[in-house]
Write a protein that binds this ligand. Structure first.
Ligand code: DGL
Length: 223
C-alpha cells in the first residue's frame, strides 16, 4: 500500500522529497489541497473539515499510513482526527530537530496565524525541554509571497525584516520554519538572520520518524 501525504498546497512536496530520499521504493499518494489554500487564515472547524476529506480520500485509496505534512493541519486538525492507520504530523519532528541543533535554547518559531495561535510548537518544545525559551511569530504574508514566486524581491526582504527583527533582537540561535512554504524563503531569511542562526524545517526529521514507525510496524515495502 502507498503512503498518503497531505498538505494545503504544494509546500508538502518538500516532505515527499525527504521521504523518497530515505525510502526510495515506497509508493506515495500526494494530496495538495490547492482548491482551498491558504489554510493558515481559516477557522479550526474549516481546517478540520478539509483534513477529514483528505484522510477519507487516502483511506479510499488504501494507504498504509498518513503524513499530515501541513503544519497548520497538524496543529489544528491532527488532535481531532482518528484513522485506522498510523497518522503522523510534522510539528513534533520539527521541534525535535530544533532542540537537537540549538545551543543556547533560544528558539524562534514562525508559521501561519493559525499555527502560531494554536501554540502547538511551544507546547511540544516545552514538553521536550522545559528550559527552552520560545519566541513565536506569525508571518501571514510569507505564503502569498511564495505563491506569487516572489522569493528574492526587495518587497520580500522588507517583509522578512519586519517580521523577524524581534526574533533577531531576542538572540535566537535556531529558527523553526513552521510552514511548508517557508523553506522556499530560506535564502532571504538566512541572509537577514546571519550565519549564527540555524534554520530548521521538519521534512527530513518527519521522514526519519516515519521510517522508524513503518519499520516497527513491519509496514516497510522492502521489509
Ligand atoms: N501548508 C501550510 C503549513 O504548513 C501553509 C500554507 C497555508 O496557509 O495553507 O502551515
Amino acid at each position: 500500500s502507498p503512503i498518503g501525504i497531505f498538505d494545503s498546497g504544494l509546500g508538502g512536496l518538500t516532505v515527499v522529497k525527504a521521504i523518497r530520499e530515505r525510502m526510495a521504493c515506497e509508493d506515495v499518494i500526494y494530496y495538495g489541497d490547492t482548491a482551498h489554500v491558504p489554510y493558515g487564515s481559516k477557522s479550526k472547524e474549516t481546517i478540520v473539515g478539509f483534513t477529514q476529506d483528505a484522510v477519507k480520500f487516502f483511506l479510499d485509496h488504501d494507504v498504509k499510513c498518513i503524513v499530515i505534512a501541513c503544519n497548520t493541519a497538524t496543529a489544528l486538525a491532527l488532535p481531532e482526527i482518528t484513522a485506522p492507520v498510523p497518522m503522523l504530523g510534522v510539528i513534533e519532528a520539527g521541534a525535535r530537530a530544533a532542540l537537537a541543533v540549538s545551543k543556547n535554547h533560544k528558539i524562534g518559531v514562525i508559521g501561519t496565524s493559525a499555527t502560531i495561535a494554536s501554540e502547538a510548537y511551544p507546547n511540544v518544545l516545552r514538553k521536550l525541554n522545559p528550559e527552552c525559551a520560545i519566541y513565536a511569530h506569525p508571518c501571514p504574508l510569507f505564503v502569498p509571497l511564495v505563491e506569487e514566486g516572489w522569493l528574492d524581491r526587495e518587497a520580500t526582504k522588507m517583509v522578512v525584516k519586519e517580521y523577524l527583527t524581534p526574533l533577531k533582537m531576542a538572540g535566537i540561535d535556531t529558527l523553526v520554519l513552521g510552514c511548508t512554504h517557508y523553506p522556499l524563503l530560506a535564502n532571504v531569511i538566512g541572509e537577514f538572520l546571519g550565519p549564527n542562526v540555524k534554520l530548521v524545517d521538519s521534512a527530513s526529521a518527519c521522514a526519519a520518524e516515519l521510517e522508524s514507525i513503518l519499520k516497527v510496524m513491519k509496514l516497510l515495502k522492502n521489509y
